[in-house]
Design a protein around this ligand. Structure first.
Ligand SMILES: [Zn+2]
Length: 757
């Protein structure tokens, strides 16, 4: 007899599987036609716990976070229902006489996860009891991500199944889970002492019977790897499959597609936008998703991707239904966002995509805009940037993350195409943008000087020619009766188009492929960038702080100027001992001494000659910051980049190419710039210069301490330089009267003597 009145007696539900719930007992009736089919399991955080040690910089643990997919199958074996894990780690062709492939086939391709009792079998259906499995199997919860969420063991006695549902395409379960505190924590972190209580939504959905055709992964796309045995007769090798979404056409549309007509895919990419997203940002999130439409149009599709606001009035919409791609807003101290590509290991098909945006990202964006466009656009001086500017900046971030979720990797070559003059020309910018790719870390147009006028969209990076080409590379359907023929046609297209500079992808150490940079000439661009910082420092109105809120904003912007000066200098320095790939992509071309000398001039102008304009006492005092600490931190962070180049310059020099900078010349330029005062007794050394000298000598000491990491060429030179510095410092101190300058020299002598000993 049914427990009448018990809250959890549900009427039988029809869905992917039939379902009945009576109290704690839940039965699923699985059509026999679905036995052995692949099912996709995901877990979504619906409610996050109250924690006594909140960490606002954590990436995971927020409502909306989705984990998975895990693939499983149901299979009847010996009167039980097995839940199995199909393995897709290998590629074994269906027909092959290869003896290794035949031996490899002897290994199973399914592991057992669990067994479930069969209750009855009738009418082509098998009814199983899933009560225990749903409640306590570790796959259906947070156990697989316990490390990321810092969870202890589950308190099973308090696990509660709150709701179960059968929908036509999936089975949904809501669960309350309680985890004990983690007994220990990584060093420097405080262990939580309280239990954490979570509510999660679990979705089990049916995957299509026919897998998506695979494509070999090319450089611009994320890929997944499978082992294979038939390509190389000498050893097992691997193949990489491109991660991408499944865009397919009906037979009628396929005909129109190959006639050149834009057609809609059967299942377009629909990204649902979290209904809790602040209204202020909703339009630009939607626009960033829709911005990819034109790239898919280049690949022959219309309406292939679109944004939809999560419905609030549809009782059948569940945000943990894994057939929806989802983008959610997370209250957090992180100034970041992420766009993952969870996929099926069998084919690389992207499934169950969840994009996250952390709520502090606007703060980082206003720092970028102030430091990079503040000279050209005085609107950037306002404590709160205009909505129009913030919208463009937010689109920059969202569009990039969507690009990742479409499968695209970073392309740090994308910002290196254009010249200073081009990036100051509004018409050029309107046609080509700042670079070829939103998948670069290219932010705002710092080629612009005070007085240069461009449209707002030309001051911030957007989707470029490379991105559209890369989508075509991954998604265009090529003609051919078989997959092999289609792939041959795709490769032929690739050969024709990949050589263009604006389609180029570089993922190597090529000096042009650097993040956070801009333009085809680092010295010229970054000189302009630093001149813009200098200009900003000289504008009192940019630092006006009538209240505490504006003071905090000004402080952060000022500190970010120091960060960006370090970053820009680092990019320039990478040319010392740096190289580019040759046009054929087969060899490297070392950077020549003439450009390297420009790098040294830049270094001398903005770092070795201390940037008094940046550490201006009046400005720093006005911002209520400590000048000595700031300058010390600046040089402590800067000098490792200056001295790290020793090894690369030496390596290039030893390669035997003509016309390269020598390490001897670099070290002697540093010496001349940093220690010029020591050539004349009693010449005063400024406080900033002393910080530069100290940080440099610390780095030389570091080199000698880690001597096993370096070549004898570098070590001999550093040792000789230290000896020379000691000699000069002693001469300077010996002839300089007691006082600050002599005291500082003595402090450095002590360090140099320690090195000598
Ligand atoms: Zn990225």
């Amino acid at each position: 007899m049914l427990a009448v009145g018990y809250a959890w007696v549900l009427p039988a539900q029809e869905g992917l599987f039939g379902m009945e719930r009576k109290g704690e007992t839940i039965h699923w009736s699985i059509p026999d036609s679905l036995l052995g089919r692949d099912l996709m399991l995901t877990t979504t955080v619906l409610k996050a716990p109250a924690r006594t040690t909140p960490d606002y910089t954590k990436k995971y643990g927020h409502p909306g976070d989705l984990f998975g997919p895990i693939i499983l199958r149901f299979r009847k074996v010996d009167g039980e229902m097995w839940v199995t894990d199909p393995l897709y780690d290998r590629h074994l062709p269906a027909t092959s006489d290869d003896p290794i492939v035949n031996i490899a086939r002897l290994r199973g391709d399914e592991r057992l996860y669990d067994t479930l009792p069969i209750v009855s079998e009738s009418d082509g259906q098998t009814t199983i009891d899933v009560s225990r499995w749903l409640k306590s199997n570790q796959l259906l919860g947070l156990k697989p991500v316990a490390f990321e969420l810092e969870l202890g063991t589950e308190d099973a006695s308090r696990t509660q199944l709150k709701d179960v549902k059968a929908l036509p395409h999936c089975m949904l379960t809501r669960k309350r889970l309680t985890y004990r505190p983690l007994p220990f924590m990584t060093p420097g972190r405080k262990a939580s002492t309280s239990e954490s209580e979570w509510e999660v939504g679990i979705c089990l959905s049916l995957l299509p019977k026919h897998p998506m055709p695979v494509r070999p992964s090319g450089m611009p796309y994320f890929g997944i790897t499978q082992q294979e045995y038939q390509t190389n007769p000498l050893r097992a090798s691997s193949r990489s499959l491109m991660k991408r979404w499944r865009l397919e056409l009906t037979p009628e549309d396929s005909v129109r597609y190959f006639q050149g007509e834009l057609v809609e895919p059967i299942h377009p990419i629909v990204v649902y936008v979290d209904r809790h997203t602040p209204a202020r940002w909703l339009p630009c999130i939607m626009a960033s998703i829709d911005a990819w439409q034109e790239a898919f149009e280049q690949a022959g599709f219309k309406n292939a991707i679109r944004a939809v606001k999560e419905p609030t009035d549809d009782p059948n919409f569940y945000n943990y239904d894994n057939s929806h791609a989802y983008i959610s807003w997370k209250p957090s101290g992180q100034s970041n966002a992420y766009g993952p590509t969870p996929c099926l290991a069998s084919t690389g098909e992207v499934k169950a995509c969840h994009i996250g945006i952390f709520s502090s990202v606007p703060d980082l964006l206003q720092l970028w805009y102030f430091t990079q466009c503040g000279a050209a656009d005085p609107q950037a001086w306002d404590v709160e940037l205009p909505q129009s500017v913030m919208d463009e900046l937010m689109k920059l971030v969202f569009t990039h993350e969507i690009g990742h979720s479409l499968g695209l990797e970073h392309n740090f070559f994308g910002s290196s195409l254009h010249s200073l003059d081009e990036l100051r020309d509004n018409d050029f910018l309107s046609r080509h943008g700042m670079g070829s790719s939103i998948m670069d870390y290219m932010r705002c147009n710092y080629a612009l000087r005070p007085g240069d006028r461009t449209d707002l969209r030309n001051r911030i990076a957007r989707i470029g020619e490379y991105d559209r080409w890369a989508i075509e590379y991954g998604y265009r359907i090529f003609p051919g009766k078989t997959e092999e023929e289609q792939e041959r046609n795709r490769q032929a297209w690739l050969k024709q188009t990949a050589g263009e500079l604006q389609h180029r992808f570089l993922g190597s150490n090529d000096v042009r492929a650097q993040s956070e940079d801009l333009g085809d000439d680092h010295v010229a661009f970054n000189t302009q960038g630093v001149e813009n910082l200098k200009y900003l420092c000289s504008q009192p109105a940019a630092w006006d702080s009538p209240d505490i809120q504006s003071l905090h904003v000004r402080q952060r912007r000022y500190q970010y100027m120091i960060t960006i000066l370090t970053e820009w200098t680092k990019q320039v320095l990478m040319h010392l001992g740096g190289y580019t790939q040759d046009e054929a992509g087969k060899g490297i071309v070392w950077e020549k001494a003439d450009y390297n000398r420009k790098v040294i001039d830049y270094l001398q102008s903005y770092v070795l000659t201390p940037p008094e304009w940046l550490f201006d006492a009046q400005l720093v005092n006005r911002l209520e910051l400590d000048r000595t600490t700031l300058a010390r931190n600046f040089y402590d962070k800067m000098m490792p980049w200056v001295t790290d180049r020793f090894a690369d310059i030496s390596r290039a020099q030893c390669a035997g190419t003509e016309g390269l900078l020598t390490l001897e010349e670099y070290v002697s330029s540093l010496h001349a710039a940093l220690f010029s005062e020591w050539q004349q007794p009693a010449t005063p050394v400024s406080d900033l210069k002393f910080e530069a000298q100290r940080a440099y000598i610390d780095q030389l000491a570091n080199y000698l301490q880690r001597s096993s990491n370096h070549s004898s060429h570098v070590l001999a030179l550093v040792t000789a330089e230290c000896a020379r510095l000691l000699q000069e410092a002693e001469a300077y101190a010996g002839q300089t009267p007691p006082g600050k300058d002599r005291g500082q020299a003595l402090e450095l002598i002590e360090k140099l003597q320690a090195i000598a000993n």
